[in-house]
Design a protein around this ligand. Sequence first.
Ligand code: SAH
Length: 269
Amino acid sequence: MSGKIWFVGAGPGDPDLITVKGRKLLEQAGAVLFAGSLVDQAATLYAPAGCEIRDSKDMTLEEMTDWLLAAAARHATVVRLQTGDPGLYGALIEMTRPLTAAGIAWAVVPGVSSAMASMAAAGETLTLPEVTQTVILTRVAGRTPMPPGEELEALAAHQTTLCIYLSITLLHKVQDALRAAGWAEDAPILVVQKASWPGEEKIVRGTLADIKQRCQAAKIGSQAMIVASPTLGAADWPDLIRSKLYDPAFAHRFRRASFSPELSPESSS
Ligand code: SAH
């Protein structure tokens, strides 16, 4: 027998934020290899009794591949459970290539990424009409260098929403890049640690000038999302340009039939 290996996005932490499909796969899994402490709750909540559950935290890529291949030889459904979405900073392709080479079937189930969960936690929006309609998901260089042209300073020059992963310990670099790109000292910055984790989520709001001190005061040093966006705080703005999505004139033209925002290119909010 040769089973199938599913790379499942567990979501940002709250076990309720896994997809229905991901949960169903866990419920029928013979073996689950999960990525670190961020997702063990979903694995242990939904996997059936007798399921082989293993944390990959101390394993090399080769050990993970061997483990998954051995599991697929014994079980029809094997789950590799990863935080957020498996395609974002998840080493997905490094893991799938040896499986393909070994002739093992695999597929990906997307997950709610921590950028979305962080904005949701803070009651903020990623896009806003005539403010920004673009979201950049990025990081600053750590041990992994940034490819040419993707330095944060260059990306920040667009003045769009920036969701910055894996960079909370390099917050000073984020500040430097935003300053170099012309962001004002009072530009709002949001940091969310453990977004969606019941009882553990921390939301810190500050400005480009003071966000580092505020994070230090809140003792945030890991597992945090940094968001710089011209949309932050919009809930309290006195003036807001209306989205065409709920504009009565727009509704008159399009909403009467079957209203489906995704199908109309003009209707994004
Ligand atoms: N695939 C994941 C990202 C993995 S990289 C996703 O789609 O979310 C790990 C980084 O993600 C962390 O350094 C942090 O920046 C972010 N992160 C993961 N979970 C988070 C959470 N619950 N709250 C805030 N940031 C989180």
